[in-house]
Design a binder for this molecule. Structure first.
Ligand code: AMP
Ligand code: GLY
Length: 427
């Protein structure tokens, strides 16, 4: 066996995604001491949490605690340049520079990257005023997709079925509904097909696939109700065959990584591609500059390798020197439990009776996305609150395992979908 040196790690973030990342880091033979900022009450039961308000504070913390690797969970610190500051301070970072994080922070940036690199994506045009955007919509007709250019907490996209709806969405963007994020608007062709999430890791030069997943964005069973941040996921996405995966790497991921490197913005970290599997092949809907939430929960449930070593190899430019990561040949599912009323108004502070971790069956985890610990009890403090994650030989077995554990949770104020995975199981 190759000797592995242990590295101290700082994880940035506080949600269910970070709880999943933390569990994978804890299972990594190469991980030394693990810290998390800001973390959560649940994460603080497993590792030391601290609150680092700025990237400079994080760099100072790394010096003080001999941290060699920083893992950045959410997009905002990446877009704000935390990776740049930490790298300048000599720390290895899993996460792109502010410039490379523009793949998520600006839809127009990504569209122009697609143009330069020949990446298949929806036809589009970018506008800086409502009048020209409205005129364009009236030439292309509906259905059509209106997107605020910048980060809009997942709310900046309107699928308009009529040109009137498209015009309203354009007006709302330019009237400031999404702040500065909506001062530039991308109008896109409406793509049809099945949507999947594909993940790839890069050290700026080399690229490896890291699995696929599908999520359920609507709040209620049968994919009805309002859009949410995601009510459940499963991995792999069975529609995403090995052939489609190879094609997506070749036509979308690798050209994007190469294009960013050519532009002087090498991409380090995980590139999350939202793909539409259309009749004429996979097309890019969007890139995210980080792991998905709750996609990470199912991806990492299928990864038994040394996640810390894998991420360090990305962060230090050594990805080509290690064996390509392999997810287990199994399936994983994540059921999101949310507070009643989410995604609109809900009350915080309801009590949750959770089974102790030691009593959970093998291959089941309860991850915390929005809880607090008060008076020796868990309380809900968020829309999406818990992630119940299970893996098994196949999706059907994983799903039974997950719902059995959901049934042991005593939380009258919570709700969840009972049909996560239906699309894959009906195949
Ligand atoms: P985004 O915020 O870019 O993730 O978009 C939100 C959702 O809108 C995506 O996950 C898709 O389901 C849908 N969407 C975005 N762009 C398109 C498009 N060009 N055609 C069809 N659906 C789209
Ligand atoms: N689950 C979608 C995202 O993380 O953006």
């Amino acid at each position: 066996m190759r000797h592995t040196h242990k590295h101290n790690i700082l994880l940035i973030g506080s949600g269910g995604r970070e709880h999943a990342m933390l569990r994978a880091l804890k299972n990594s033979p190469s991980a030394g001491e693990i810290f998390c900022s800001p973390g959560s009450d649940a994460i603080a039961r497993e590792v030391t949490c601290t609150t680092l308000a700025t990237a400079r504070d994080a760099a100072a913390f790394c010096r003080e605690h001999q941290v060699h690797l920083v893992m950045i969970g959410p997009e905002q610190p990446l877009v704000d340049g935390w990776a740049d500051v930490l790298r300048a301070a000599g720390v290895a970072v899993f996460g792109p520079s502010a410039k490379a994080a523009q793949v998520e922070a600006s839809k127009d940036f990504t569209k122009r990257l697609c143009d330069r690199a020949g990446i298949p994506t929806a036809r589009y045009a970018t506008f800086h005023d409502a009048l020209s955007a409205r005129a364009y919509v009236n030439t292309v007709g509906a259905p059509v997709v209106i997107k605020a250019d910048g980060l809009a907490a997942g709310k900046g996209v309107t699928i308009a079925q009529t040109t009137a709806e498209a015009e309203d969405a354009i007006d709302a963007c330019f009237a400031g509904a999404f702040g500065a994020a909506g001062h530039t608007v991308v109008v896109e062709e409406f793509l049809q097909g099945e949507e999947i999430s594909f993940f790839a890791l890069s050290d700026g030069k080399s690229v490896v696939a890291f699995g696929s997943a599908q999520d359920h964005k609507r709040a209620f069973d049968g994919d009805t109700g309002p859009n949410t941040g995601g009510m459940g996921t499963y991995s792999p996405a069975p529609v995403f065959t090995p052939e489609l995966e190879a094609q997506s790497l070749r036509e979308i991921i690798i050209p994007a990584i190469d294009g960013l490197a050519r532009d002087g913005a090498p991409y380090i970290g995980v590139l999350f591609a939202g793909l539409m599997l259309t009749a004429s092949g996979p097309k890019l809907i969007e890139f995210n500059c980080r792991f998905g939430d709750p996609e990470t929960q199912v991806l990492l449930a299928r990864y038994q390798g040394d996640f810390a070593a894998l991420c360090l190899a990305c962060a230090t430019g050594h990805l080509h020197e290690i064996p390509a990561p392999k997810l287990e040949n199994n399936a994983a599912i994540c059921i999101v439990m949310a507070t009643r009323g989410y995604p609109s108004h809900y009350e915080a502070g309801s009590f949750i009776g959770l089974p102790a971790d030691e009593t959970l069956p093998q291959h089941v985890q309860i991850l915390h996305a929005g809880t607090k610990r008060a008076n020796d009890q868990w309380q809900a403090h968020g829309g999406r609150v818990l992630n119940i994650v299970a893996s098994a030989a196949n999706l059907e077995a994983a799903r039974m395992r997950a719902y059995d554990s959901v049934a042991q949770i005593d939380w009258p104020e919570g709700f969840y979908r009972r049909d996560i995975g239906w699309r894959a199981l009906k195949q």
